[in-house]
Ligand binder design. Structure first.
Ligand code: AMP
Length: 293
């Protein structure tokens, strides 16, 4: 076969798939020896356009992009969806090859948490803001433990995280600062479907009817932000937003206005900058979203 007759897929360089820490460090050393910079994009796979936007952001920042795909058992509670979390390996690899990602770090659970693993990061500050942590008390400890490992394994110049998980972005930024991890944490605004629903791997759980109702979450955020900017009182406006979401069929865990940087509670929008944060269940699917006021 002549080179010309090769299909585009055959010609495209595949990302190197790495499954153990030794080969990962060797890959990082080769890149560093050439004087190149590295950006890491941590994911749990089931990639969608939000993840791919994080990859493009990473590509703009650094010479080499490595995407980790690891469904992290440490951040799921006993009654959560670790077992059923969507796993779409072949489609993920194809999407990452199309974006010319250099490497995929895909450790197994026994590689990340070998027998005898006994260390866990206990984040404070934004991890105890009584938002996600109120409903998922194990979550940020699990996230920080795995992200700290990823940042130590890859030692990237940059790591990209979505504002979709706003509290997580604040928690990871604080952890990197507190532990003197020299990686720059870079945030990306939320990527949405055309109807406003924030892209999420968990949207795949929604039935047709639930999917039709789902954009109410973002509509409530945008309406609430508009009313607050126009001077409506905080508590009543948040109450209306909660009712709006419940009328669409959601069961609300929280709908709150917080200081956008510290996540501290606020009494008025004048205490801002203000971020609205919401978590709610549609049937069995728990969705989160947030918006700057
Ligand atoms: P996950 O695979 O859900 O753990 O997410 C991996 C990364 O993608 C995290 O930094 C998320 O915040 C980010 N992410 C997920 N959904 C979106 C989205 N719709 N827009 C931007 N970033 C996102």
């Amino acid at each position: 076969m002549t080179p010309k007759s090769k299909s585009a897929a055959q010609q495209r360089p595949q990302p190197q798939v790495i499954r153990a820490v030794g080969p990962l460090r060797a890959w990082v050393s080769r890149v560093r020896d050439k004087g190149e910079t590295v950006a890491l994009v941590p994911t749990m796979g089931a990639l969608h356009a939000g993840h791919l936007a994080l990859v493009r952001l990473a590509r703009r920042r650094a010479d080499r992009v490595i995407v980790s795909i690891f469904v992290n058992p440490a951040q799921f509670g006993p009654n959560e969806d670790f077992g059923s979390y969507p796993r779409t390996w072949d489609a993920d690899v194809l999407a990452l090859s199309q974006l010319k990602v250099d490497a995929i770090w895909a450790p197994g659970v026994a590689t990340m948490y070998p027998d005898g693993f006994a260390t866990r990061i206990a984040p404070g500050g934004p991890a105890l803001a009584r938002l996600e942590d109120r409903f998922r008390p194990h979550f940020f400890g699990g996230v920080c433990t795995v992200v700290a490992k990823l940042l130590l394994q890859v030692a990237p110049d940059y790591a990209t995280f979505g504002e979709k998980d706003y509290q997580q972005l604040k928690v990871v930024t604080a952890m990197a600062r507190d532990l003197d991890i020299p990686t720059k944490i870079v945030g990306l605004p939320t990527i949405r479907e055309k109807d406003g629903l924030a892209m999420s791997s968990r949207n795949a759980y929604l039935s047709t009817g639930e999917r039709a109702a789902a954009p109410a979450l973002y509509r409530a955020l945008t309406d609430c932000a508009k009313h607050l900017k126009a001077g409506s009182p905080l508590a009543a406006t948040l109450g209306e937003a909660e009712a709006q979401i419940e009328n669409a069929g959601y069961a609300v865990d929280y709908f709150e206005a917080r200081h956008a940087e510290t996540l501290a509670p606020i009494q008025s929008v004048k205490d801002g900058p203000v971020r609205l944060l919401v978590a709610a269940k549609l049937g069995r699917t728990r969705l989160i979203d947030n918006l700057q006021v």
